[in-house]
Design a protein around this ligand. Structure first.
Ligand code: FE2
Length: 347
């Protein structure tokens, strides 16, 4: 017998129970409600998917053998949806159903319960997964706060409107063109938003100066990659984005900052964000100059390739992605007339 006084008080969560057997739904509901959880019960897979969309549960208990869509398919759909993939799913199976368990693992199930389910085991599983979900939510909130911070920094400078969103889009499109795996594309997308988060530590007088910076001001500006990296360091979910934040101003020939890294020492994802960052800066209007056309920006970037700052293959692959996107949109990347020098081709 477990001494209830010695247990950590369970976290109250919203639990979805999907089972076509009414007696099991009633039993689970009673046990979990007694623990302080809010329980939503449904009797088939389609109702389970609807309930997830409607109630956003913290933990989901799915019977494997339900009519219509079975528990394994419901699990597969939930785990392939970015909105629900981090919600813990427990599959309730027969004790000897090894093949169901293997299919469940492949579908992304987080845990299993065997029928007949022991009340203590049910309570312990739900309590543990509920704790995990709340931690995941906390991390998610922290990352969301960082994204909001990055956009707030962008909003400080009216000339960079939409810069983060364009970078996130261009960087992930270029990453895909270079054949990078999904986790790198995800890092590029988030890195596009967060690369300049360290500018929170750069004074307005420097960040918003409508003209070239003095050497002292430039030294202040050069601190933003390290500040951003330091801010993101405690967040486990941002570890794959940190090299982008820290190194997006490094250049292959060692002329970048903050560490003057050279060649392969510059992380590939940071090279990619570096290229699209420079292109976006060149094709955006500044207080002291018009936006450059695509052709002028391309000339500048090719010149930087010639100087050894960027890899030619990456820069040309980037131009190809812009060309493809412009073709799809029926647009052109040709040089506009001087009066039109605000157009920015989008990818
Ligand atoms: Fe930057």
């Amino acid at each position: 017998m477990i001494d209830s006084a010695s247990r950590t008080p369970p976290r109250r969560s919203r639990v979805l129970v999907a089972d076509d057997t009414e007696s099991i739904r009633v039993l689970f509901e009673k046990l979990l409600t007694n623990e302080g959880h809010q329980v939503i019960s449904v009797e088939d897979g389609i109702a389970a998917l609807d309930a997830v969309r409607l109630h956003r549960p913290d933990v989901i208990l799915l019977d494997v053998g339900m009519p219509g869509i079975d528990g394994i398919e419901v699990c597969r759909q939930l785990k392939s949806d970015p909105i629900t993939r981090l919600t813990p799913v427990v599959l309730v199976t027969g004790l000897s159903d090894l093949s169901d368990r293997i299919k469940g693992i492949e579908a992304g199930a987080d845990d299993f319960l065997s029928k007949p389910v022991h009340p203590h085991e049910l309570r312990a599983r739900v309590a543990s997964l509920s704790r995990m979900k709340h931690l995941t939510d906390a991390l998610d909130s922290a990352e969301t706060a960082f994204m909001a911070l990055a956009l707030t920094i962008e909003a400080r400078d009216s000339t960079t409107n939409g810069h983060c969103e364009r970078l996130a889009s261009h960087a992930s499109v270029l990453g895909r063109a270079l054949g990078l795996p999904a986790e790198d594309l995800d890092a590029l997308h988030r890195g596009g938003y967060l690369h300049d988060v360290g500018k929170v530590g750069v004074p307005d007088s420097v960040l918003l100066k409508p003209g070239p910076l003095t050497p002292v001001e430039f030294d202040l500006m050069k601190r933003h990659p390290d500040i951003g990296d330091m801010l993101c360091a405690p967040l486990q979910s941002l570890q794959n984005v940190r090299p982008i934040i820290r190194c997006h101003h490094e250049r292959l020939n060692g002329s970048g900052y903050p560490q003057a890294l050279k060649g392969d020492a510059v992380p590939l994802l940071a090279q990619i964000v570096g290229i699209v960052d420079v292109y976006d800066a060149l094709t955006s209007k500044r207080p002291y100059r018009d936006a450059l056309s695509h052709d002028e920006a391309a000339r500048n970037l090719r010149d930087e390739v010639w100087q050894g700052k960027f890899a030619k293959a990456h820069v040309e692959a980037f131009f190809d992605t812009l060309k493809r996107a412009a073709t799809l949109q029926g647009a052109t990347l040709k040089t506009p007339s001087p009066s039109e020098k605000t157009g920015i081709p989008t990818a």
